[in-house]
Design a protein around this ligand. Structure first.
Ligand code: GLN
Length: 547
């Protein structure tokens, strides 16, 4: 369809956390199921230039794309639900928008004119949105925040203007709202929705479709009332009922006519959607034969949003194994030698996820040791791999107090450290890190190639020699210790193609013990579960049955 990309803008009302990101992803999946191609972008109203530096406690996971952009976790939903390829152009924040306007102003590009929110900021927002034009049949643009916030106003003004710029038939506004159930009245209430739409209309946007979050069926007369009060078509009030499994959403939105209404409103003729694969996934998800309990030993245990992709990847890994994966978050600061068995003994498998900083590291090392000594499947991701190396160095290779220089700058055995020079095999260039300058802080971000060695857990899982996975870390395996660790039985099962960077380690004579320097969870999809997660769950399931 080339240049005639049509745009769907998704806004949210009433309150946050209604699942606007998921809704946008689901809209994408439904349109793909009809044979259309989609692009998805998220516009975030906060001032941080990107979420890279934001505290996971506040913001949840940072999702990393192939091109190394650190993005909002909603992009993870987009990738899991659609085939859209995502990168740095798919997430803009207010901070990034202002940053580029101010840079232009400093360069004199505004020729001395007064630089203002309208038109300069709004024009820059429109320019970013239009990056999605021509890439696909449909571009879905999600506006972060809630209608009524001061912060999102420039974004709303920009999308309001775009309807006139692009033509009515090419633009659709979908508003996600809430119908709360009030127990004392015994009914769902429409007033917050009415107010939210009123607010939206007061800034010039008339929504075309309302997606109404609710915990129960919306009666037909209530739908009619919402349509009347909010000035939308009767068939444009779509029920978005709570679900047990997020992968049911394409099915239930479709059932209430969402995709039909979208294509009709945008004047697109498509085939009926093919949703068999979603139905199949949901059936398998809901009725598994087995159950495994995986312990996630980490830091952000109270806010599981910080491990969004990880949780999903574990659920995906359960499907081919016919298993329900139960997750148990364990605070590594609470693990000590005395309570190790009590805390970890009942788990089918142990996973140490990515993380930064020294807090709780010793507890994670204890968990890795427990898994190694008790034949419990262990999956170490990024920091979790580094932990496995430290544990092995200390307790098998006799390198007492071995550590990462991230946690102990002066350790005698820096088995994990900041590499001063390394070959970037994505660009073919040498990268340098000056440990004492800003550059020392540079993360290795995005997709890097990795070559696997045969006869390893990794090779068996992937069934391929060359793979590519996404990274987000500073520290690396220290090759000076490669020989002694290998001699004692550490298996280096994956490295960068030229061999300079260790990417995966394993131990032999164990049911399944693997640590990878990258984040495989970012690439797992419901229809394409990640091989390492599938095999980790398989081994954990076997452990349960043997136990
Ligand atoms: N803190 C470690 C590093 O920077 C691991 C990072 C991570 O787990 N994402 O190398």
């Amino acid at each position: 369809m080339g240049n005639s990309t049509k745009f769907i803008f998704v806004t949210g009302g009433v309150l946050s956390s209604l699942g606007k990101g998921l809704a946008s992803a689901v809209i994408g999946s439904l349109l793909e199921a009809r044979g259309l191609t989609v692009a998805i972008q998220k516009l975030d109203p906060y001032i941080n230039v990107d979420p890279g530096t934001m505290n996971p406690f506040q913001h949840g996971e940072v999702f990393v794309t192939d091109d190394g952009a650190e993005t909002d976790l909603d992009l993870g939903h987009y990738e899991r639900f659609t085939n859209a390829s995502l990168g740095k152009d798919n997430n803009f924040t207010t901070g990034r928008i202002y940053n580029s306007v101010i840079t232009k102003e400093r360069r004199g590009e505004y020729l001395g004119g007064t630089v203002q929110v309208i038109p300069h900021i709004t024009d820059e927002i429109k320019r970013c949105i239009m990056l999605m034009s021509g890439r696909s049949d449909i571009a879905i643009i999600e506006i972060g925040g809630t209608i009524g916030d001061i912060e999102s106003l420039p974004f709303l003004e920009a999308i309001r203007q775009l309807r006139a710029d692009l033509g009515k038939e090419n633009v659709l506004y979908i508003h996600l709202t809430l119908l709360p159930y009030i127990a004392t009245a015994g009914e769902l209430k429409t007033k917050p929705t009415q107010h939210s739409v009123k607010e939206l209309r007061s800034i010039g946007i008339q929504p075309d479709i309302l997606l109404c979050r609710t915990d129960r069926e919306i009666p037909a007369d209530m739908k009619a009332k919402i349509a009347l009060f909010c000035n939308v078509d009767k068939d444009a009030v779509i029920m978005a009922k709570d679900v047990e499994c997020i992968y049911e959403l394409p099915l239930i939105y479709h059932e209430d006519g969402l995709d039909e209404k979208i294509v009709k409103s945008l004047h697109i003729w498509t085939r009926a959607p093919r949703l068999g694969n979603w139905q199949d996934f949901v059936d398998r998800f809901k009725r598994p034969q087995f159950t495994v309990t995986i312990g996630i030993v980490g830091k952000y245990v109270d806010l599981t949003e910080s491990y969004k992709s990880l949780n999903e990847a574990l659920y995906h890994g359960g499907i081919p194994n016919d298993a329900r994966v139960k997750l148990q978050f364990i605070d590594s600061e609470k693990i000590d030698e005395a309570n190790c068995r009590e805390t970890l003994g009942h788990l089918s498998g142990i996973l140490v996820p990515g993380g930064f900083g020294p807090r709780g590291v010793e507890g994670k090392i204890l968990a890795a040791r427990y898994a190694r000594e008790n034949n419990v499947p262990y999956f170490g991701i990024c920091l979790g791999m580094q932990i496995a190396v430290i544990e092995f160095a200390r307790h098998i290779a006799g390198l007492a107090h071995a550590n990462s220089t991230e946690f102990d700058r002066k350790t005698k055995y820096p088995v994990i450290y900041l590499m001063k020079e390394w070959l970037n095999e994505r660009t073919g260039e040498m990268e340098r890190r000056d440990v004492d300058s800003d550059k020392g802080g540079t993360l290795r971000l995005g997709a890097y190639p990795c070559r696997l060695n045969k006869d390893t857990f990794a090779f068996e899982a992937y069934g391929a020699e060359d793979i590519s996975e996404r990274h987000r870390h500073r520290y690396e395996f220290n090759n000076e210790y490669m020989e002694v660790l290998k001699e004692k039985g550490l298996v280096i099962s994956g490295t960068s193609p030229s061999g300079g960077l260790v990417e995966i380690v394993e131990i032999k004579d164990h049911p399944w013990y693997l640590g990878c320097q990258f984040h495989p969870e970012f690439k797992s999809k419901p229809m394409k579960p990640h091989p390492l997660f599938v095999d980790f769950i398989r081994a954990s399931l076997k452990n349960t049955r043997n136990g």
